[in-house]
Each structure stands twice: as C-alpha cells, then as structure tokens.
Write a protein that binds this ligand. Structure first.
Ligand SMILES: Cc1ncc(C[n+]2csc(CCOP(=O)(O)OP(=O)(O)O)c2C)c(N)n1
Ligand code: SF4
Ligand SMILES: [Mg+2]
Length: 298
C-alpha cells in the first residue's frame, strides 16, 4: 500500500496506512469512523501518551491527516483547552469552526488524566474529548487500569482483577456537561450520528468508545467488531447518551444475548473463576438503572 496515494489524503481518511497499530485494533477503526464523521469539518487533535500517539509514527512523517499535538499523559484536556481558547481568539477570515478533539486511552482518561479532565469538564471547555477504552495500558504491555473489568487478566493482575470497572460516563455526567455518550464500532450509523450531533453543541462533550485490543485481550483480530457487538447486545457496553448531566437516552436496547458468549471469546478471561450469575445480576441492575434514568428523562 502506498501511503502517499491521493486517496489516503482525502479529508475522510484520518488515519493513513503505514501506521503502527496492530491488526484488528478497535482504536484504529474508531479513528476511521471519526474521520468519516468529521470529513467536512476543520479540526485538530490533542493526543497524550498512548497507542494513539505512537500510531502517528516518527517525525517528520505522520499517519494522521490533521494537525496533532502530542501532550504529556496527564495534560491533554488542559492542552486542548488552550488550543480551543487560541482558536476562539483567531477565528480566521472564513470564521469556519475549528474544532478541538482530545483523543486519549483509558489510562489517560480514567486514571492519570482525571484531574485535568475533571477541571476542563467543570469549566465547560469548548472541546470534544474521546476516550477509546481498550481496558488496559496497551502501549506499555497491557497493565490494568481502572477501566479494566473485574476478573480480566492483565500483566499486573495475573490472577484476574479484583475490582470493578469505573463508571466514567456517570462521573462525567456529574459535571453537568452538555453531552456525554458511548460509541461502538459495531454501530457505525449511531457513531456517525452522535459525533455529528456533538459538533452542533457548544461546550464540553465526552465520548467513550469500546475499543478491543486483540494483543492485550488475547482475542482474534478478525473478531473485534463482533466482540463489541456482543457487548452491546448483552448489556456489557450499553449505547446511550446523557444531556446536561441529567437527561438519559438509550440508543440500542440489549437483546438478551448471554454475556457468557462475550467472555468466552477472550483469553484474558479464560481460566478465571467468573461468577456468571453475579455478572448477570450486576449487568441487569446496571441496565435497569439506565432504563429508569431514561424513563425519568422522557
Ligand atoms: C507520566 C507517564 N507515566 C507513564 C508513561 C508510560 N506510558 C506511555 S503510554 C502508557 C499506557 C497508556 O495507556 P492508555 O491511556 O490506556 O492508552 P493505550 O496504551 O491503551 O492506547 C504508559 C503507561 C508516560 N508516558 N508518562
Ligand atoms: S496494543 Fe492494542 S490498542 Fe495498541 S495498537 Fe495494538 S491492538 Fe491497538
Ligand atoms: Mg488503554
């Protein structure tokens, strides 16, 4: 493949061939879908330490088709706030919006960037923050993060993680930001529609993408999309949005698929004592609460 091919310079090709991502990487598919959703927009990205910034390649070349600032692990929301402020002061002759997208992993979001993320959300900075959640520190070999689900094996939880995954959407919603939503690479139309909706909203917008990492999850690269589809169908990763921190809307209802099918496809869960009854009860509770919040919002 020739990365200099004009086809790969087209505005919807955000991540060009020649990047270093593994086959079947959910983050790569997320970037492809993001590029398509933003094809007619002007934007730049801020990316902290994570696979997403390694993907750019070595200076002076880049796999990205838009300007990208590489930030330190903890500072991407602060750096993005600065870029958004500079853009506002410099509208350009055409006054066309110049959006700022923060693209970060779960380690940079749930853990190490949490302070600057919370601060930027509380200030309602005019930017779109997207966390691609592969549920580990993928770039450094697959250590646990607070997004790692209970019982998953990682290099720092070889016997399976004991703690439960953090509820990041609820945390962000509690900042009363105008818009927060989950995205799935198995639901491209929903993905596209929500990104375009967010473009029309001013203030802090937050997205969470379920992003399989075949390398860390020990899964088949060709099954990444099927895996996240199963996660939506079984209620493991519900697709929903929250407006102004209070109004909930469910976008795709789980269809009763057994979550055991999702777990069985991943070697990170194999050999673990997964108490499926407990998992199912907790998923039922979580999805019932979501439905209650959505019905209160009608
Ligand atoms: C302050 C600091 N600590 C540790 C690192 C090493 N480091 C670089 S990327 C990374 C993992 C990032 O995990 P995540 O944000 O989930 O993104 P992923 O690698 O999974 O894409 C780590 C620990 C660093 N660059 N800076
Ligand atoms: S380690 Fe995981 S997240 Fe990183 S590029 Fe490979 S598949 Fe993608
Ligand atoms: Mg990660």
């Amino acid at each position: 493949m020739n990365a200099a091919n004009p086809e790969y310079m087209s505005p919807d090709c955000l991540l060009r061939p020649g990047n270093t991502n593994c086959g079947g990487c959910g983050m790569s598919t997320g970037l492809t879908m993001l590029g398509r959703a933003l094809a007619s927009e002007r934007y730049s990205m801020v990316i902290p330490a994570c696979c997403g910034i390694v993907a750019a390649g070595a200076f002076p070349t880049t796999a990205y088709n838009v300007p990208v600032i590489a930030s330190t692990f903890a500072s991407s929301p602060a750096v993005a706030s600065g870029v958004a402020a500079v853009n506002e002061l410099n509208p350009g002759k055409d006054h066309r919006p110049n959006h700022v997208i923060c693209w970060a992993g779960d380690g940079g979001t749930y853990d190490i960037g949490m302070a600057t993320l919370s601060a930027a959300a509380e200030r309602n900075e005019d930017l779109i923050y997207i966390c691609y959640d592969n549920e580990i520190y993928g770039n450094t070999g697959g250590q646990r993060s607070s997004a790692t689900p209970a019982t998953a094996r990682t290099t720092t939880t070889p016997g399976g993680k004991g703690e439960t995954k953090k509820e990041i959407i609820q945390i962000l919603a509690a900042h009363h930001i105008p818009y927060a939503a989950t995205l799935s690479i198995a639901h491209p139309e929903d993905f596209q529609a929500k990104i375009q909706k967010a473009i029309g909203i001013k203030g802090f917008r937050f997205f969470l993408i379920h992003a399989p990492c075949p390398t860390g999850w020990k899964t088949e690269p060709a099954e990444s999309v099927e895996l996240v589809r199963l996660a939506v169908r079984s209620g493991v990763f519900p697709l929903y949005e929250v407006f102004n921190g209070v109004d909930y809307r469910i976008n795709v209802e789980p269809d009763g698929t057994d979550p055991a099918v999702y777990y069985a496809k991943q070697k990170r869960f194999s050999g673990q004592e997964i108490n499926l009854e407990r998992v199912k009860t907790s998923l039922k509770r979580k999805n019932r609460r979501l439905r209650e919040l959505a019905s209160l919002s009608r």
